[in-house]
Design a protein around this ligand. Structure first.
Ligand SMILES: NC(=O)C1=CN([C@@H]2O[C@H](COP(=O)(O)OP(=O)(O)OC[C@H]3O[C@@H](n4cnc5c(N)ncnc54)[C@H](O)[C@@H]3O)[C@@H](O)[C@H]2O)C=CC1
Ligand SMILES: O=C(O)CCC(=O)C(=O)O
Length: 318
């Protein structure tokens, strides 16, 4: 009997290269027919009898993993933030969970810099004002000479540092594991979390969503920031207390924000939408042709490894 593999990732994040790798193994592919994340009910049906799964942004709950057991052997996240997968349940049922480190870091870093420039120069605001027939020149600020604070200096944080260094920014960072290569290559100075908040002109978040980071950007930290400073979040919505950010933006405690990720996606009735000093993108950091192919291929290779009896290369189940 053919082994079944569920492709959870939505249509526009599937690469033909990844599908070819799986087809070449003769697997039967059960494919998400939608251009959206699968719901829990859909997953509960589709996971039955499946041995491997490529996961996109859908939430893989304990119930879904239990419904896939005991056939399910591996869930390969096409990405790195595995807070969308219940890893404890996977461990309990002997299911490997893998990620694709580095495959989308350049794309996310490009977007973080893009958002930084968008808020520094008010690019979206000028675009919408021209469309209304106006001709108003916003005066912005240069990135050169400004202090960039990076929270979470891993693969994406490192790529952001590389780009910001090229722009002549001074880079400070907070990470639980400082890395000498970033000090040597981009002159990064590691500081405490509170020092980064008080010294930065721009803060860019790149830490994973976990107990220790949930709500790390709250009113106490926002009050430590300069009134002229900006915050950019391309990590996870859970890192920011959104009500506190709204208050800080509305009351001029900070100058602006750019958000690719939200506590609830898509955001529903968020008061942030009323504000002019915020720029939004739709969790699109990893949505480039290059990252889709890179992460898709890595995820497909993990499925093949595990289903052919080898060890996964990038397992997150300890
Ligand atoms: N917007 C998007 O589309 C995307 C968002 N992401 C998010 O970005 C995050 C980072 O991705 P990568 O850089 O590839 O991961 P990574 O694992 O290479 O880097 C994460 C860094 O955060 C550090 N860290 C861990 N706990 C911390 C804490 N309590 N405080 C500060 N730093 C801490 C780690 O030591 C590590 O250096 C992912 O976990 C994911 O949530 C990732 C890809 C796409
Ligand atoms: O999970 C997603 O929706 C896209 C990719 C991502 O955010 C990640 O790699 O962590």
């Amino acid at each position: 009997m053919k082994k079944k593999v569920l492709i959870g990732s939505r249509e526009r994040s599937r690469s033909p290269e990844a599908m070819e790798i799986l087809n070449a193994q003769g697997y039967e592919l059960i494919v998400n027919p939608h251009d959206r994340a699968l719901t829990e009910n859909e997953l509960l049906e589709m996971i039955k009898g499946v041995e491997g799964m490529i996961a996109g942004s859908e939430i893989v709950t304990a119930a879904v993993i239990a419904a896939g057991a005991p056939t399910l052997k591996v869930i390969a996240k096409q990405g790195v933030g595995y807070n969308t997968i219940n890893v404890d349940a996977a461990k309990e049922h002997g299911v490997a969970v893998t990620i694709t480190p580095g495959a989308n870091s350049k794309s996310v870093a490009d977007l973080a810099l893009g958002l930084m420039m968008a808020i520094a120069r008010q690019i979206p605001q000028m675009d919408s004002s021209i469309r209304k027939g106006e001709w108003y020149r916003h005066t912005g600020v240069e990135l050169r000479g400004k202090v960039l604070g990076i929270i979470g200096m891993g693969n994406i944080g490192g790529e952001v540092a590389k780009r910001a260094y090229g722009f002549g920014m001074k880079i400070i960072a907070y990470d639980v594991y400082p890395r000498q290569e970033f000090i040597d290559n981009y002159g990064v100075t590691y500081l405490s979390l509170d020092e980064v908040f008080s010294e930065a002109d721009f803060i860019s978040l790149h830490a994973p969503a976990m107990l220790e980071t949930a709500g790390m950007v709250n009113m106490d930290r926002l009050r430590k920031m300069k009134k002229t400073s900006y915050i950019i979040n391309t990590a996870r919505g859970e890192l920011i207390v959104e009500d506190d950010l709204y208050k800080a933006l509305k009351e001029g405690i900070i100058a602006g924000a750019a958000l690719d990720v939200f506590a609830q996606e898509p955001p529903q009735n968020s008061p942030l939408m009323e504000l002019k000093n915020v720029v939004f993108t739709s969790h699109a950091g990893a949505y480039t042709n290059e990252a889709i192919v890179g992460a898709g291929v890595m995820a497909a290779e993990e499925i093949v490894r595990v289903l052919s009896g080898s060890e996964a290369k990038y397992s997150v189940v300890k």
